[in-house]
Design a protein around this ligand. Structure first.
Ligand code: FAD
Ligand code: MG
Length: 338
């Protein structure tokens, strides 16, 4: 395993301009040579833009259909999804897929000593991150809500795929793991259709399948302060995910509160990390691990990552960033049309 270094760019005044990550795909519609066409299509789904680039015209349709299928199953924003029905009733016989992803989530909870926890859903609601009406709750409200948090409150009945919550009011949010899983499912569908080369970008959750006309796919890490990139990655058959505090957050009293929570305190995490990028063989691992490392911070996070085979981690620390915008609240990356 390779644990990567920090992304830093030193400007003329030796100022570190380090930067939150947004992925810009370097692949463009045409490679420049005749008969080397790439088809590119984008759709709004799972609360973000899903972009597909492939020399095979069928790829985008296959990816969108599969991501939509997963959204219908796992989105807490869709009232009829299995996750929403489970959240409402506290007990549900689920499909094997929903059971699988909740089981995987519980495994990450165990592996991370509780840092990764899908039962943060009531906290995400309380702080206004679900409806995007951010607010600073009262201390007592946070304390009460913490009674509903903890994946030990999820009981898995293997025999019939039933999920049961031990406490009334417990809810789950798969926002930190299901995007990665959706991309994995889409990649499987592409392979089944015989499509060997494709790049999927679901709001920064990326998979590079095969190559681009014999060369690795190139993914760039964007400098959000100006046009341009801070680093490039060349990837083949790899998933990438980034978790950070720079897209969904609000600022109060000059302090930043972002959408990733410390399940022990009930507050948005401040672990000294600005963003974590994980490159892994599959999207689920990359997604869940990036969020977990963000919660754990650099030292514990890297120690955990070392337990996963073939994983690379890149971390930007707060101390590397000089520009931090602490004046205005904003949400980027989630389109207004939702
Ligand atoms: P990640 O770091 O991967 O995940 C952060 C998210 O995980 C938080 O937003 C929170 O929900 C949850 N979380 C916070 N703390 C923890 C923790 N300690 N452990 C585990 N989980 C934690 N958004 C919309 O606005 N509208 C939609 O219709 C919509 N539909 C969606 C459907 C699906 C199937 C999924 C997976 C997500 C959907 N989203 C929707 C959510 C949106 O895309 C999220 O912003 C996204 O999932 C967060 O991903 P990320 O990569 O930014 O951050
Ligand atoms: Mg994640």
């Amino acid at each position: 395993m390779k644990i990567g270094s920090w992304f830093k760019v030193h400007g003329s005044r030796q100022k570190t301009i380090l930067l939150a990550i947004g992925y810009w795909l370097l692949a463009i519609s045409l490679s420049g040579c005749q008969n080397r066409q790439l088809y590119k299509d984008t759709q709004v789904m799972i609360g973000t833009f899903v972009e597909v680039i492939s020399p095979d015209q069928r790829a985008a349709g296959i990816v969108f259909a599969e991501v939509k299928r997963i959204e219908n199953l796992l989105s807490k924003y869709s009232p009829d999804s299995e996750v929403s029905r489970l959240n409402k009733s506290g007990k549900l016989i689920t499909s094997p897929e929903t059971f699988y992803i909740i089981k995987k989530s519980k495994e990450f909870w165990q592996a991370s000593s509780g840092a990764f926890d899908i039962t943060v859903a009531p906290l995400v609601d309380l702080w206004g991150f679900t409806n995007k009406k951010y607010l600073m709750p009262e201390e007592a409200e946070i304390k009460n809500t913490l009674n509903l948090v903890g994946s030990d409150k999820i009981i898995l009945h293997n025999r019939d795929n039933m999920i049961e919550f031990t406490t009334l009011g417990v809810k789950i949010d798969l926002g930190a793991i299901a995007k990665g899983y959706a991309v994995d499912c889409a990649v499987n569908k592409l392979k089944q259709a015989g499509i060997k080369n494709c790049l999927i970008n679901a709001g920064g959750q990326i998979y590079c399948l095969g190559n681009k006309f014999g060369q690795p796919w190139k993914v760039a890490i964007q400098d959000p302060q100006k046009d341009g990139f801070v680093d490039y990655l060349e990837l083949k058959d790899r998933a990438i995910a980034t978790s950070g505090d720079y897209e969904q957050y609000f600022v109060q009293d000059k302090k930043r509160y972002a959408h990733i929570f410390n399940p022990k305190t009930g507050y948005p995490v401040h672990s000294g990390v600005v963003s974590v990028t994980v490159i892994a063989p599959d999207g689920l691992t990359a997604d869940a691990l990036a969020t977990t490392i963000f919660v754990l911070g650099k030292v514990k996070g890297i120690a955990l990552a070392k337990r996963f085979p073939d994983v690379e981690v890149r971390i930007i620390e707060e101390r590397d960033v000089s520009y931090r915008d602490t004046l205005s609240a904003k949400v980027k990356g989630v389109p207004d049309v939702l």
